[in-house]
Design a protein around this ligand. Structure first.
Ligand SMILES: Cc1cc2nc3c(=O)[nH]c(=O)nc-3n(C[C@H](O)[C@H](O)[C@H](O)COP(=O)(O)OP(=O)(O)OC[C@H]3O[C@@H](n4cnc5c(N)ncnc54)[C@H](O)[C@@H]3O)c2cc1C
Length: 390
């Protein structure tokens, strides 16, 4: 596969860079928690950036033109993610564009596509993902939230956990049980639900960095019209699995990794670290190699999408490698920056606007979100290497 950038890809990159430069302040440091920056003081900027990109059809450039995209290839979509990451851009449409859109394009009804795809690509509608529950994360098919059909509606009762951005989302893509209690993956259905529906209660969870991105969501007899179910009843796990492969394979990390590495190299060159420049150079060289490998693994996933294939273990390989490599980079950054690297953005003496401590803490979640490293290894072992399940 040839991953050399084409002239078209370079043109898109410079268009994206122009939009980012126009929207972000010169000294922008973001929150360090990409791609979902929900710091309240960044909200207005995040929304205006999403809308600016949407107005130029750059929010979902790989989507068909009729749905607000530009009909470009997944490589241009990758270029967008990478540029956003490098600019530390706050982005609220991660779940909308990366997960919900592809699932609707693949499995949604015509009416669902007409209603939701342009609202995402052109108006930057914000979505969240209601999958995980208190006792169903890795073992997602054991989830208990129930959607009981009553005539033309489903009545939903249950409890979701770790729902990123639920408090600022307009819609949720919800996985709920429609089959018998012990039906596992054969009894799940996927729904589209407005988060302001009566019976929905959203409670905040503050993470180790003291940010509020995560939530728990409670459902009490929440009504969902039948036409807001994606595809067939009890086939939701098939659709959800294709969504998870998008979530795992996308370019969440390559841009932000590159930016942190570039900033650390710049600091090392200007002797900005407590450690010697030589020690820093040898540490950072390892991470440069990591980045090159992780980017190629990610591009392989993009290449499969571009060839019209649905990636499988390839997404898990990219996600596993890049999330663990990003954690290693966070540790090196903190070692190099010494005490300044421990200070948050609220302290003027901090290194890189507080991004180092933020990267270190938030990177711990990278190996959990979208399936833990253990789960990715199991996928690679069983679906990739053909090994038996333990
Ligand atoms: C920052 C963040 C954002 C998130 N956002 C969302 C969101 O928006 N929507 C959503 O639905 N979910 C979200 N999640 C939840 C995430 O998908 C789950 O946390 C993840 O799937 C792990 O599930 P769990 O937390 O229940 O851990 P568990 O599944 O209980 O796992 C605990 C430990 O046991 C290990 N383990 C479990 N099963 C196996 C096995 N079969 N083999 C080997 N090891 C195993 C795991 O690897 C892990 O180390 C988010 C999580 C984080 C951290």
């Amino acid at each position: 596969m040839d991953f050399q950038p084409t002239a078209k890809m370079e043109r898109i990159r410079s268009e994206i860079r122009e939009s980012l430069a126009a929207a972000l302040p010169d000294d922008w440091q973001g929150s360090g928690f990409l791609p979902m920056d929900v710091r309240p003081e960044h909200m207005e900027l995040a929304r205006s950036l999403d809308r600016r990109l949407a107005a130029k059809r750059l929010l979902a450039p790989a989507w068909p033109e009729e749905f607000g995209g530009r009909g470009l290839s997944p490589f241009e979509q990758f270029a967008l993610y990478e540029e956003l990451g490098m600019a530390l851009a706050p982005r609220l449409t991660t779940i909308s564009v990366d997960l919900v859109g592809p699932v609707l394009i693949l499995h949604g009804s015509d009416e669902q596509r007409r209603q939701h795809l342009p609202a995402i690509a052109s108006e930057a509608a914000v979505w969240c993902q209601g999958f995980s529950e208190p006792s169903a994360g890795s073992d997602l098919t054991s989830l208990k939230t129930r959607a009981e059909r009553k005539g033309d509606v489903y009545l939903v009762t249950g409890h979701k956990l770790w729902t990123s951005m639920a408090h600022i989302s307009e819609w949720m893509i919800l996985l709920a049980r429609t089959g018998a209690e012990d039906s596992r993956g054969r009894g799940l259905s996927l729904f589209l639900l407005p988060t302001n529906s009566p019976g929905v209660t959203i409670r905040p969870i503050y993470d180790a960095t003291n940010e509020h991105m995560l939530n728990e969501v409670f459902f009490e007899d929440v009504q969902i019209p039948v036409e807001q179910r994606i595809g067939e009843e009890n086939k939701g796990w098939t659709y959800a699995t294709s969504l998870l492969q998008y979530e795992r394979g996308d370019a969440l990390f390559t841009g932000q990794f590159r930016r942190l590495l570039d900033d650390l190299m710049r600091l090392a060159r200007s002797n900005g670290f407590a450690r010697s420049a030589a020690a820093a150079a040898s540490a950072l060289a390892e991470h440069e190699i990591d980045w090159q490998i992780g980017r190629l693994l990610t591009l392989r996933v993009v290449g499969l999408h571009a060839a019209g294939k649905l990636p499988d273990r390839e997404s898990s390989q990219a996600k596993l490698f890049m999330s663990e490599a990003y954690q290693r980079l966070g540790v090196t950054a903190q070692r190099l920056a010494g005490q300044h690297g421990h200070l948050t953005h609220q302290d003027a003496r901090t290194a890189l606007g507080g991004r180092i401590v933020q990267a270190l803490l938030s990177s711990t979640t990278a190996t959990i979100i979208a399936g833990t490293s253990e789960i990715q290894r199991t996928i690679i072992a069983t679906r990739g290497l053909g090994l038996p399940r333990g």
